[in-house]
Design a protein around this ligand. Structure first.
Ligand code: GAL
Length: 814
């Protein structure tokens, strides 16, 4: 890849006031259509009519996921299939593959809105940031357009359909069965907005900013702005993070419909995961002296480079991807996008030391990209799980010919200004890896990405490694991404011309939080009667591997540029290795569970990735009534090299990381410990053998009292913000009870409401939105949500035979 200097903007469009003839007029307004929606599942022939009677329909807010309220039902997505990409040859009955939630079928949304600012000299855009799926959009009884892929951002110019008074928007959505390999969600699950601007204005996603030159002393910022209207001039001004004006450029020359400006930034502050510095560009469009449009865009200045010598460098520093793959659902919220939920995920990942996210296997939400810009994450933005050859009968293969180019163009245009995005992914394990046509498609798609954005490379997550080594498919990509297949890395590196390999998808180790199985041994596709996987982190799938296998490659082969672990969090659907066993309905792959609670594996990655903070984590828990005297291995995940283990004060010896097995390199393991209740303690040593830190866990007695631990005690009074409250139980002495399964009840009063709960148990059929749930391995999480009123809210958690707990929150405007 040639050297890229890039500066990106995330377009934030604001309402801008200007004085025209003594009156205040807005040159651009953005109205988010979040309230007053009517929703009904089912097909209604006339629901697009203005006077259709929707008074009996449900009132909902958007973003909305119609399927997350359940109930879970195995019949919803029962399939008799052989999952080819998992290497299966014989069809078997699968359940829960798409989450067993009622996402299939047709539904309608209706919304009435007015735009008093609308006059004949205005232009109106209707923007969808995602609609699951196959949206048909009607305004005031007329069809304005349609789309297909549920993950795409798309918009329509509705100027000819709107009026200043009441407008009736109707959206029909339809989800086919056999259309996804995971829970796709259902409905208007991302934002819908109406943008009103002047006829002379900046085009939707019309700004593209790159930095063709960066040095310590200055950066050259190139800003291309597509506009509509004659005799317009453009003034673009750059501001630093504190709002100080830096430099400005006025331009009257358009190249066809595009301005092309170059602005200097002295002593640029570079964007990076460690220091996510963001600038702002304000673009003002004038006709004569009259302001016609104004768009504010956030951006960062950073330099990315991929080459055979160093792999990936960010701002001149060799940087390895310490990444995770994330599906788009937010566990108990389903797919309805929520900023607080996304931010919490990223905070958890930051603490683990992760520096990168891959949006598997589709376009990310714009909220997630904004947060990654602000919080400092490198982003691999993916597009498709399928091209023309199907993985599932009704997948993207149905739309590929008509939509692939449009979908890529919209992905790039809507997101190219985010500094976090450092690579595009054109696909994941597409069956088109086989055959001539597939290679042609790969080239075609990569060239569309290059045409739309010459600054970032393109990858594909490839699992058919031998085939793509032979066919040239892998060689033509900018970045060869390997999914699993650790045994083929060396061959692929030798064969491919790029000089480096990316672990585009790694590990797929399976585990259930707080569940441990004996004997402790490595196993592929291991299943147990309780449909849980062992948290000793030694179980994987027939196609996958353990975290340590990837660590070895990254440590021993400088040409491996990092990894994206499958997955950062558990997700709804794909309950491997239990996809033939009901009621499993969500994944076991997560480093953290579906509730966002860290599993043991979290600390294994943390011990390696978080180089600032200490990690000293002991597993398993120490409540093994009935296992007295039996072998109960103890593992310690730590950044320290060695440690000594004590059971009730008796030393079990010192373990030191060594090279005998891959696990020994990264984990401290005492394999022969005999269980006896009491205290288990570990003392860690520094490189000189001096004790530096210690940790202990104790056998707990009976559950006695509920304990609440919120992530935030003050939240925004915007009707959307959330606090996540970790709920656990302790015994009389305050020791956490790691196996508790008590049924708890939740009550919220004051200026807030109960939103959902989740315990991370992949086999639970309890519904997230009902205010009761069982603890799983002693824990669960309750989500409370603000209203639009400022004040106080209280959560009370109770359970039979337990001392209840309560907590107060404040809700504020800012
Ligand atoms: C990969 C695939 C992912 C997921 C994963 C489970 O092959 O890309 O979507 O299915 O396997 O291990």
């Amino acid at each position: 890849m040639k050297k890229n200097y890039i500066l990106y903007l995330a377009t934030i469009i604001l309402s801008i006031n200007t004085i025209v003839f003594g009156q205040t007029r807005k040159v651009r307004t953005v109205k988010e259509l979040d309230e007053n929606w009517k929703f009904q599942k089912g097909d209604f022939e006339n629901a697009y009519h203005v006077d259709f009677n929707d008074s009996k329909w449900e009132n909902v807010t958007v973003p909305h996921d119609w399927a997350i309220y359940g109930p879970f039902d195995k019949e919803i997505d029962i399939q008799r299939v052989a999952i080819e990409q998992n290497g299966e040859k014989i069809p078997t009955e699968k359940t829960g593959r798409t989450g067993a939630l009622p996402h299939i079928g047709t539904a309608w949304y209706r919304n009435k809105f007015s735009i008093p600012e609308f006059t004949n000299d205005k232009k109106v855009i209707l923007l969808f940031e995602g609609a699951m799926s196959e949206p048909q959009v009607y305004l005031n009884g007329k069809k304005v357009g349609e789309w297909a892929y549920g993950y795409s951002y798309f918009y329509f110019d509705i100027t000819d359909f709107v009026n200043a008074g009441e407008n009736t928007l109707a959206v029909k959505l339809h989800n086919e069965p056999f259309a996804s390999r995971w829970y796709p969600g259902a409905g208007l699950y991302r934002k819908v907005s109406v943008i009103v601007k002047n006829k002379e204005s900046i085009n939707q996603w019309g700004t593209f900013i790159t930095t063709p030159f960066i040095s310590k002393d200055l950066a050259k910022i190139n800003i291309k702005t597509k506009t509509t209207g004659e005799n317009v001039s453009l003034v673009t001004t750059i501001f630093d993070a504190k709002g100080n004006e830096i430099n400005s450029n006025t331009s009257t020359t358009k190249f066809v419909n595009e301005f092309d400006q170059n602005i200097k930034v002295d002593n640029p502050k570079l964007w990076s995961p460690e220091s996510p510095y963001l600038y702002k560009a304000v673009s003002k469009l004038f006709v004569g002296d009259e302001l016609k449009d104004e768009v504010t865009t956030r951006f960062g200045i950073r330099d990315i480079k991929y080459d055979a010598q160093n792999g990936f460098s960010l701002n001149g520093k060799v940087t390895k991807f310490k990444g995770v793959c994330l599906h788009h659902d937010l566990g108990p919220l389903g797919t309805a996008v929520n900023r607080a939920a996304l931010k919490r995920q990223l905070l958890i990942l930051k603490d683990m030391g992760a520096n990168a996210v891959r949006s598997a296997h589709n376009m990310p939400s714009l909220e997630q990209l904004e947060l990654c810009d602000e919080m400092g994450f490198l982003f691999l933005a993916e597009s498709f799980d399928e091209w023309k050859k199907p993985k599932v009968k009704n997948g993207y293969n149905r739309f590929f010919d008509d939509y692939a180019e449009k979908d890529i163009v919209n992905l790039v245009h809507a997101t190219r200004n985010h500094p976090s995005i450092v690579m595009w992914s054109a696909g994941n394990e597409v069956p088109d890896q086989w055959g001539d046509e597939g290679i042609k498609r790969a080239k075609w798609i990569q060239e569309i990405f290059h045409r739309e954005d010459p600054t970032r490379p393109v990858t594909v997550g490839m699992d058919q490694v031998k085939a793509v080594m032979e066919s040239g498919f892998g060689a033509l990509l900018d970045v060869p991404g390997l999914n699993y297949r650790v045994h083929l890395y060396e061959d692929a590196f030798k064969k491919f011309p790029q000089g480096f390999i990316l672990g585009s998808e790694t590990a797929s180790t399976v585990s259930s939080r707080g569940v441990y199985k004996f004997p402790v041994e490595k196993a592929s596709m291991k299943t147990y009667d309780d449909f849980q996987s062992s948290s000793y982190d030694l179980e994987y799938c027939s196609w996958s591997n353990l975290p340590d296998d990837d660590f070895v490659l990254q440590d021993d082969k400088p040409w491996v540029i990092g990894e994206f672990v499958w997955t950062g969090f558990d997700y709804l659907g794909e309950p491997t290795p239990y996809d033939e066993m009901w009621p499993s309905r969500s994944s076991y792959f997560g480093i953290s569970d579906l509730a966002g609670l860290p599993k043991d594996r979290f600390y294994l990655y943390r011990s390696r990735w978080n180089t600032k903070d200490e990690t000293l984590h002991i597993l398993p828990h120490w409540n093994w009534e009935g296992r007295e005297g039996e072998t109960t291995p103890v593992f310690v995940y730590t950044n320290y090299d060695s440690a000594e283990l004590f059971i009730n004060g008796k030393s079990q010896g010192i373990q030191k990381k060594h090279n005998e097995t891959r696990q020994n390199r990264y984990r401290l393991m005492w394999m022969d410990v005999k269980y006896e209740p009491g205290t288990i303690k570990v003392i860690a040593f520094d490189n000189e053998g001096k004790p530096v830190s210690e940790k202990e866990i104790k056998t707990a007695g009976k559950p006695y009292e509920i304990v609440l631990n919120p992530d935030r005690k003050t939240i925004k009074a915007d009707g959307k913000d959330l606090s996540y409250v970790e709920v656990s139980v302790v015994d009389k002495n305050g020791i956490p009870c790691p196996t508790a399964t008590n049924q708890l009840k939740f009550k919220v009063s004051g200026k807030g409401k109960y939103r959902a709960a989740c315990n991370g148990d992949a086999t639970s059929l309890e519904l997230f939105h009902l205010p009761t749930m069982k603890l799983f391995s002693g824990k669960l999480v309750v989500l409370v949500q603000s209203t639009k009123e400022v004040g106080e809210m209280e959560l009370i958690v109770s359970g039979k035979g337990l001392k209840p707990a309560s907590i107060k929150f404040k809700t504020k405007f800012k």
